[in-house]
Design a binder for this molecule. Structure first.
Ligand SMILES: *Cc1c(COP(=O)(O)O)cnc(C)c1O
Length: 708
């Protein structure tokens, strides 16, 4: 029997559908969608870095129509589009049931960075990734959600390592035509532009729309012909430029962001400031209220009633501060419209209103301008209450109005293909609906559901995928240096205990800590019976010389010491590299100087793939670790002295590694299975993922902070 040919009009429907789908990042967390785009051109899929829009540009319209004559392929595309449409139009969502008012008037979520996917590199690190995951879960829950950020046409920097093993930075121009974004148009069909004043200049920004499932994110872009060159370049790089660039970017984000929402007729019920970068939105909202004839107090009360604020770090550099002169120069016009004397205006960003030397702090403005504030883990909540107690002199530390919601990850977006397939085969195609539930992850504790042998086979396959990825990357990385020949297919050992470390190379994260005990590490690594290896990656901020020296030291060890072959550094850490590493490593190492981590999330991405965390009890791990589901470095305390802490942590790390991690991994039974290791893997998957995901996190935000 042959299938009837598919009608021309049906094929037109399917082509249109695929184009629509490629322009909604929903496909980045849907396996079947990725498979369809990949199948259209496996080579373009790989070369263009998994970019559905670009794949459809590569495939001609005629080819696409011809390929859809294949009835089986057409049926898959049809099923996929049906899934997509059902998702987009779903009525009985969690938010509709628990927060109806927030479905009608959305949450406006302001963030200087968003990390959605490797093809849109406009995030610098964990803060942006979290914002992206928040956006995806808001969509999954059916929450009304609008994100606001900037379109950085050079994105965040790409990392290359030179012959001195020193990090260098370069930028690639992002082309909106090849990205899942489109210009927002005005009534006449021209790109919508929004005027903003900066100092005495009129600057206009254009608005781009990114669809993330049901959520919409607007990116503001100063690269317009109307602007002088130095204003055009304002939005070119994530956290690029100097203090003047930074304050101007933040004016665009906060003031411009509110104006975009107004222009589009969106009336948010909540303004959520994800970190202090966007806090100038407080000024813009007050300006509106005062222009309507309200007093300062009335305006302040109205604004406070609608804003919430999340602080993300105890590290001082994470809290923007601006000199009073710079404030006066760039925002004098706004101060006049707020009808405030200079001192009063600046006092909104000062702890001590009378201290004229105090710089203007965005965190202070955000705290003063919001009805609720939170840190991103229990410990970080405590630390933040201490840190900002001086803003509330008549309150005791534990009465400081800063709570906490612990960060999570968007599980459907982080789980790798093989992992998704595992669950789909075991549970059925609706497994994704249950992905955040206790019941689903509880299954991992049941030997009837999955045997130790199957788990071990799965872990082996994940490690193999990482090693092959690493070999490909290392080959490309090192091809730059002719003569420096390495046998790439012998790098890394598929049987070795593989320990991963990847994140921003901020000093407090202490990337090279484990190599401080070089001789001892060398002796354990060289044990032929119990092979061990390390995979490292991460970017240092372009101005962070110490972070760069950490990278240099690790690469030097990987190439010029006896650790060579047991240690590799993968260049240009991003979402794609992260996905390979978190899924393929057996152990995910994190050794920040407590309590500076705030939360951290990368270890959660490891847990859902059956990797084990080996971490300081800081941030989320302090809440997740229960003695059975991974490994702890040290205990729930830290000394005041940094030197003492480094010494203690180094010692504890080495002890746990040699006394717990390594023996557990290599203790095999007669069948060659590490039973105790696998029992920890089971515990990690059952306990961590149902709690540390952004579905739970966004629900907490809704119930604790978004709903009045
Ligand atoms: C998850 C992730 C991070 C955050 O990692 P932490 O260990 O929480 O700091 C940073 N960058 C990328 C690309 C990530 O995927």
């Amino acid at each position: 029997m042959t299938d009837n040919p598919i009608s021309a009009s049906e094929i037109t429907e399917l082509t249109k559908g695929l184009n629509r789908l490629s322009r909604n990042l929903w496909w980045t967390w849907n396996q079947e969608a990725q498979e369809v785009f990949q199948e259209l051109s496996p080579r373009a899929w790989q070369n263009l870095y998994h970019n559905a829009v670009a794949v459809l540009h590569e495939v001609s319209d005629y080819e696409l129509r011809s390929r859809l004559q294949d009835a089986q392929f057409a049926a898959r595309v049809k099923e996929l589009l049906y899934l997509f449409d059902s998702y987009m139009n779903k009525e009985d969502t969690w938010a509709r049931e628990h927060a109806t008012s927030l479905v009608e008037s959305p949450v406006a979520y302001f963030s200087a960075e968003f990390g959605f996917h490797e093809t849109l590199p406009i995030a610098a690190g964990g803060l942006g990734i979290l914002a992206g995951d928040h956006t995806k879960s808001a969509s999954d829950l059916g929450l009304g959600f609008v994100g606001i950020s900037l379109f950085y046409r050079l994105g965040y920097f790409q990392q290359a390592i030179n012959q001195e093993n020193w990090q260098t930075e370069y930028y690639s121009l992002l082309n909106p035509r090849n990205l899942p974004m489109e210009p927002v148009l005005d009534a006449r069909g021209d790109p919508l532009v929004i005027p903003i004043q900066i100092a005495t200049n009129r600057v206009v920004v254009q608005v781009w729309q990114v669809n993330v499932g049901r959520s919409v994110v607007y990116l503001l872009d100063a690269n317009r012909p109307e602007n002088d060159q130095h204003f055009k370049d304002l939005t070119e790089k994530v956290y690029g430029g100097d203090r003047t660039t930074r304050i101007m970017q933040e004016i665009i984000l906060g003031v411009g962001g509110v104006r975009v929402l107004r222009q589009l007729g969106i009336q948010p019920s909540v303004f959520h400031m994800n970190e202090g970068h966007s806090a100038f939105l407080v000024f813009e909202l007050m300006r509106e209220k005062i222009a309507e004839g309200n007093s300062f107090e009335e305006a302040m009360e109205w604004v406070k009633g609608r804003c919430v604020f999340t602080t993300h770090t105890p590290v001082p550099a994470g809290h923007d501060r601006f000199e009073p002169d710079l404030m006066a120069y760039t925002l004098g016009w706004l101060r006049k419209q707020l009808r405030m004397p200079e001192k009063q205006f600046l006092s909104l960003g000062r702890v001590n209103a009378d201290d004229e030397d105090e710089t203007f702090c965005m965190t202070v403005l955000a705290l003063k301008g919001s009805r609720a504030a939170n840190g991103v883990s229990e410990l970080h909540g405590q630390i933040s209450r201490n840190m900002w107690n001086m803003l509330y002199p008549d309150k005791a530390v534990d009465e400081v109005p800063i709570g906490h919601i612990t960060n999570g990850i968007h599980l459907p977006g982080w789980m790798k293909g093989r992992n998704r397939k595992f669950w789909r085969d075991k549970v059925g195609s609706d497994w994704v609906e249950k992905i955040n539930s206790r019941e689903l992850w509880e299954l991992m504790s049941d030997p009837e559901f999955v045997s130790d042998e199957e788990i071990w086979a799965f872990r082996y396959a994940m490690r193999r995928e990482l090693i092959e990825f690493a070999r490909r990357r290392l080959l490309i990385q090192d091809r730059k240096y002719e003569g420096d020949f390495i046998n790439f297919d012998r790098l890394l050992n598929p049987d070795a205990l593989t320990i991963g470390f990847a994140r921003r190379f901020a000093t407090y994260k202490r990337a090279p800590l484990i190599f401080d005990r070089y001789e001892e590490i060398l002796s354990i690594v060289k044990d032929p019976q119990r092979p061990i290896q390390f995979v490292f990656a991460g970017k240092a901020h372009p101005h962070d010389e110490q972070g760069k020296s950490f990278i240099q030291r690790i690469i030097h060890l990987s190439k010029n010491s006896e650790l060579a072959g047991h240690l590799v550094f993968l260049e240009n850490y991003d979402v794609h590299v992260a996905r390979q590493m978190v899924s393929g490593c057996d152990v995910w190492l994190n050794n920040p100087r407590r309590p500076l981590e705030a939360s951290g999330t990368s270890g959660q991405k490891t847990a859902c793939h059956g990797g084990l965390n080996l971490s300081i009890l800081d941030g989320w791990w302090r809440e997740a670790y229960d003695g059975t589901n991974g490994f702890a470095i040290g205990d729930d305390s830290h000394p005041d002295s940094v030197d003492e802490q480094d010494r203690r942590d180094r010692e504890n790390l080495f002890r746990v590694l040699t006394e717990e991690v390594i023996p557990c991994f290599f203790s095999r039974d007669a069948k060659g299975i590490p039973r105790q290791w696998i029992s920890r893997v089971r515990r990690a998957m059952t306990t961590i993922n149902p709690a540390f995901n952004t579905n739970r996190m966004v629900q907490d935000y809704i119930l604790k902070y978004y709903k009045k």
